[in-house]
Structure formats: C-alpha cells, structure tokens
Design a protein around this ligand. Structure first.
Ligand code: SF4
Ligand code: SF4
Length: 477
C-alpha cells in the first residue's frame, strides 16, 4: 500500500521545454540569411576550388593532405614542422573572439557559429514542412495520425539529407575532391572516408536537429567564458527597460504617459530560438541573434512608437539614461586596445615567419644507442639520421659536409662510397628525404668525449648554406 504521507520526489533536473521559434522578418533576420548563405557556400564549395601550384603539387586550393603531411591553403603550404602556424592561428582565433566580444558581445554565437548556422537551417526546414510556430505546437500536441507521421518523416529525412551533405563535404578537405567524389560514388573510397561521413552525419543531425539550443546552453563553454569577459560597455542585444517599463497591454488611442513602451505582446519571446525572455535581462542562454530586435521593431512600427525598445546597446548607456546623462559607445577601451595589439603581434609574427622561411629544412638526429662504435682500426664512428625537406617544386641537389672534426670520413648507409668528404643528396621537389650517415675519425683526433661539430648543407649551384650543430661522441679520456 502506498504511504499516504510520502512527499513527491525531488526533481533535480528540469525537463526540456521544447522551443518552437516563430518566423520573423527584419533587418537582422536578413543579415542572418546573408551570413548563412556565405557560411554554407564557403563550406560546401571550398574543396572544389582549384589553385595552380605547378606540376608536382596538388591543385586543390584548400587541402589537408594527411598522407603527404601537408596543409595547403591557397598560396600557403605548411609542413609538419611548421605546426607553430596552426598554434598561431588558434591564438589569433581566440584573441579575435575576445576582441569581437569586447566590442559587439556574442555576434559570433548569433550569426556565424556552425551550431547556429546549421540549427537555423534545420529550423527553417522544419517550418517549411510543419508550418510556423502555432501549427508546430498543434502538430506536436495532436495524437499520432498519418498526417503527423508523414510530416515528421519528411522533416527528419530532409534533416538527414542535409547532415549527409555536411559530412560528405567535410571529407573533401582531406583528399582531391573530384577523385574522392568519384571513389565515394563507385564504392572505391577508403572505409575511413565512409566512417567520417557517418560520424559527421550523426553529429550534424543530433546537434542541429535534435539538441539545438541545448548545445549552446549546456555543452558549449563559450557562454561561461564570455560572461566572465564582457563589461558594461560591450554592445549587446538589450531590452531597454528604462523605456519599456512599466509594461502592459495598451489600448489604441489611450495615453502613453506614465507607462513604458512594452505592450507585453510576447512576440520577442515567441521568435527566440533559445526560448527565453530578453526582458529578464542578460542571460547565459541568449546567443544575441537579434531576432527579438526584429520582432519588437515590427510591433513598435504597428503601434506607432519609435523602434529600438530592444536594440544593440550597452548596460552603461541604460544607466546613463536613467541618470539623465549623455549616452554613447566607448569602443576604444583598454581591453579592446590590448586584444587588438595582441592580435596585431600574432599576425605580424606569423606573417614574417612565413615570408622569411627557408626553401629547405635540415634536421640532424644523432644515434643514442650506442653513442659511438670503436672500429677494428681503432677509429671512432658515430651514426646520424639526416632529414632534408625540399620545399620547392623542383628536384634539388645538395652537398652535405661536416665541420669541426679533422680527418673525418663520411659514408651514407647503403652507398658504396666510404670515407668521402661530402655526400651528394638529391631531394625531389616538395618532398622530405631521410637518410642515415656514419662519421668516422681517428681516435687521436677525438679530443673529448663530446666534440661540437656542424653539418653543412650547400646547394649544388652555390647559394645559401644551411648549418645544424650537433656533437661527435667518443670514449671518456
Ligand atoms: S533573447 Fe533575443 S537575441 Fe537572445 S537568443 Fe533570444 S531572440 Fe536571440
Ligand atoms: S516584442 Fe517588444 S513590445 Fe512585445 S513583449 Fe517584447 S519587448 Fe514588449
């Protein structure tokens, strides 16, 4: 028998309230369409753009070639040892986000974040299939019927199709797009490509179609970081409560004295993709998409009041208006200047590093086990691995010599020539050559257990020399 005195179980989690955002038109909605078209256009077409780099290099403008360990971005080509460019790009991305946040709040979240762009697309598909907000709510609450099942089936099928196209486009960044497309269609592509398409199809469908606003509210760290970094002078989508309150329904023809401009129509709440009420002040859930500005402006136009009850504004301005002070925006604040300066330094450092980089790289790694070998004639021998990256598109001829050890002889492992003074290396264009060499010297010339030496690489037809310092190891004296 049930205990009559038992209290209801405590709910630790609020169940999800489904959001049915209402369609709205206006300046910011049109801006969001524009950003969405550009973002999706760039994402889907970029791998198909060609870029002529010469006969020995791929002609895809943007390509992350994992097999050859190269990243191509139009005229930029990065090798694995230039990973610091990627680090620089990540730092620049983070600082740009801080800078934009200090100036315009969460515009990235509201317009350009992939989660926003794809969710917006999925919401639009949903609207096309199921109708606008009221129809969707009615459909959701109605009993299951052929009509309801058909609508849900069409909607989810369209979402899955978009998700497949999204996952499909992603893999084209990692291989020659036309070749991979043909391989995918004919079933000859590597199983890894199909796995990646499957994974990205699932994540796009789940994040953009099913989870939607939950991703921004619970999964993304940026709202928390942003909340800690913003200040009262950042431009945010703001309800101007100083003008809107006290709110309430307004009868046409009656006075606007002693009341606010908000007529409590709730349209700003109905259009919100996050399902929140901007009039409750700054909220972590608000992605600053500005659709509530469009909604409120349409209402203000209808009732003949000035638009801008919800607008891009700063907390500082609201305070100033309440105190009857002059309002304005202060973009040049210390934090903005610091972020801009850091960003400039990062870009200048990356640019100068890229444009002053050498057309080849020389790396030397000495054998550690054993450190040295004593040969039958008593001479001491060390082994080294030499790596030469030829970053030009033509084959290059180099001579490798050694400085700092008198009487030494060079031998390349696998070559018939022993105890030579210089090793002739031919490195094909856009490739890395790895070879092992031995350096041997009479024990009388090995003056300490660790002698500094230099490997010098000279281009065959003259030109710059490339030098790497290392050590020649011998027994303790
Ligand atoms: S409150 Fe306004 S700006 Fe914020 S998410 Fe909702 S509609 Fe967008
Ligand atoms: S749309 Fe404007 S008038 Fe209507 S409830 Fe929102 S703030 Fe008030």
């Amino acid at each position: 028998m049930a205990n009559q005195n038992s209290s209801p179980p405590i709910q630790l989690f609020e169940s999800r309230r489904k959001v049915f955002p209402q369609k709205i038109d206006g300046t910011f909605r049109r801006l969001k369409w524009l950003v969405m078209i550009i973002a999706l256009g760039v994402y889907y077409t970029l791998p198909w753009l060609r870029w002529d780099r010469g006969p020995n290099a791929p002609d895809q403008a943007v390509l992350l070639d994992l097999e050859a360990k190269r990243f191509y971005f139009f005229f930029i080509e990065l090798w694995p040892n230039e990973i610091y460019f990627v680090t620089g790009l990540m730092i620049a991305g983070a600082v740009s986000l801080f800078l934009i946040n200090a100036l315009f709040g969460r515009v990235w979240c509201g317009y350009a974040c992939p989660q926003t762009v794809w969710t917006d697309l999925f919401v639009h598909i949903e609207r096309l299939v199921e109708g606008d907000r009221n129809k969707q709510i009615r459909n959701d609450r109605s009993a299951w019927s052929i009509n309801k099942i058909t609508k849900k089936f069409v909607k989810h099928s369209a979402w899955i199709l978009v998700a497949i196209l999204t996952g499909g486009a992603w893999v084209f960044y990692f291989a020659d797009a036309p070749t991979l497309f043909w391989d995918l269609v004919t079933g000859q592509a590597s199983y890894i490509a199909y796995i990646w398409i499957g994974l990205l199809t699932c994540t796009t469908y789940l994040l953009g179609g099913i989870a939607r606003e939950q991703v921004c509210t619970y999964m993304c760290p940026w709202p928390r970081i942003q909340a800690a970094m913003t200040d009262e002078d950042a431009l945010n989508v703001t309800y101007r409560y100083d003008r809107g309150e006290p709110r309430g329904a307004h009868k046409k023809g009656t006075s606007w004295d002693n009341r606010g401009d908000c007529v409590d129509c709730n349209l700003c709440v109905s259009v919100c993709p996050m399902g929140i009420d901007i009039r409750n002040g700054t909220q972590l859930e608000c992605i600053h998409c500005a659709l509530c500005i469009d909604a409120c402006s349409s209402i203000m136009d209808k009732i003949g009041r000035p638009t801008g009850l919800i607008a891009y504004d700063t907390e500082a301005n609201i305070e100033r208006r309440i105190n009857k002070e002059q309002t304005g925006w202060r973009p040049l604040r210390p934090r903005v200047l610091v972020y801009a300066a850091v960003l400039a330094v990062v870009f200048i450092a990356m640019g100068s590093a890229y444009f002053s980089r050498k057309s080849l790289d020389l790396a030397v790694q000495r054998d550690r086990n054993p450190n040295f070998v004593v040969l039958s004639d008593g001479s001491i021998r060390n082994g080294y691995t030499i790596k030469v990256s030829n970053k030009t598109l033509e084959d290059q001829h180099y001579f490798l010599t050694l400085e700092g050890l008198s009487g030494h002889g060079f031998s390349e492992v696998g070559s018939q020539d022993n105890d030579i003074e210089a090793i002739h290396l031919v490195v094909p264009g856009n490739e890395l050559l790895s070879t092992r060499v031995y350096v041997a010297a009479p024990s009388s010339n090995v003056k300490s257990h660790s002698m500094p030496i230099s490997f010098v690489l000279t281009e065959q037809w003259g030109g710059p020399k490339y030098r790497v310092n290392d050590f020649f190891k011998g027994p303790d004296l």
